[in-house]
Design a protein around this ligand. Sequence first.
Ligand SMILES: [Mn+2]
Length: 309
Amino acid sequence: MQDFIRFIREANEPVILLHDDSDADALGAGYVLSRLTGGKIVVPKKVSEHGQELMDQIGFEVEFGPSDLREKPVIIADTADRQQLPEIQLGEFAVIDHHNNNKLLETAQAFFHEKVDSTCQLVFQVVKEMDFPVDREIALALSAGILGDTIYLEKASNETIVILGKILQAGEITFKDALEVLRISRKLSRETKLKAAIDAEIYWLEEELLVFTRTSPDYVYYVAMMLIELGADIALVLSQEGDDIIIRLVQSPNYQEKIDLLEIMKRGIGDSQVENLWGDENFVGFKGTGDDFRIIKDLLEQLCNRAGR
Ligand SMILES: [Mn+2]
C-alpha cells in the first residue's frame, strides 16, 4: 500500500482509469481516488446502467476514451486485464484492485492488491492511511461499491461488513442512505419498472416462482432486482431492440434449490453472437445478437426442467 500511496502522492494531475462498462465498485473507487488526487476519471467507452445512477446521485462525471494516456500518470482501479481497457494507451500506471489473477500488476509502477470483496474497501484503507476526511459523498460512493460487488452484502465476508460499518460511521450516513443511492427514483424509471412488473409472466416450478419480463435496455438490471425484491425466486429479464439482446438472469438469496445460472445461460444462448457474457451461478448478464424468442423459450424450458417439473 505504501508504494501505491507514494505513487498517487507524487503523481501530477493523474488520470483515474476504470474498466469499461464500469460498475458501482469501479465508479465508487474512481470518485474517491479523484477526490484524493484531484485527477479526472476516464472510462474507455461506457458506464453500466446502475453506474450512471450512482454518478447522478453522488454528482460527478467521467470522460470517455479512446485516450492516449502515455504522457500522464494513470491510476487504474478495479481492473484486472488490458482487455477491459479498449483503445486506451498507457505509460506509467499504478493499480488498485481486488480481482484474482490481476494481469496488470506485472507492468505496474506500484499496486495495492488484495483479494477482498471490493476495490472500494481497499480505497477506504488508502483514505484512512492518508488521513483524508470522509464526507457524505465519499462514504456513499465507497458503500455503493461494496454493496454492488457483494450483491447487497449477500456474498460479503464478515470483515467487509465491519469495514462497511466503519465507512458509514466515518461519513455519518445510515445503511439506508447507502441502499438508497443504488435505487432509482426518476419518474421515467418508476414508470418503466411498474410496466415491467405488470407485464411479467409468472411460472411455478414446484415450490419456486420464476418470473419473466421484458423492459428497455437500461433497466434490465433494475427490473431483475425489483422482481427478486417483490418475491421472485428466479428473475429473467430481457430487452430487445432489432437483433440486439440484453438479458439478466438472477436467483434470490432465499432460493433453496440453487442452480448454476451461468451454465443455463451458456446453453440457452446457443450459437447467438456474444458481445459480453459475465456473472456466476447466482447472477448472469448477456449482451449480444440472436433470436430472442428462441433464447427465452430455451431458458424457460431449462429452468423448468432443472427445478424438477
Ligand atoms: Mn469490483
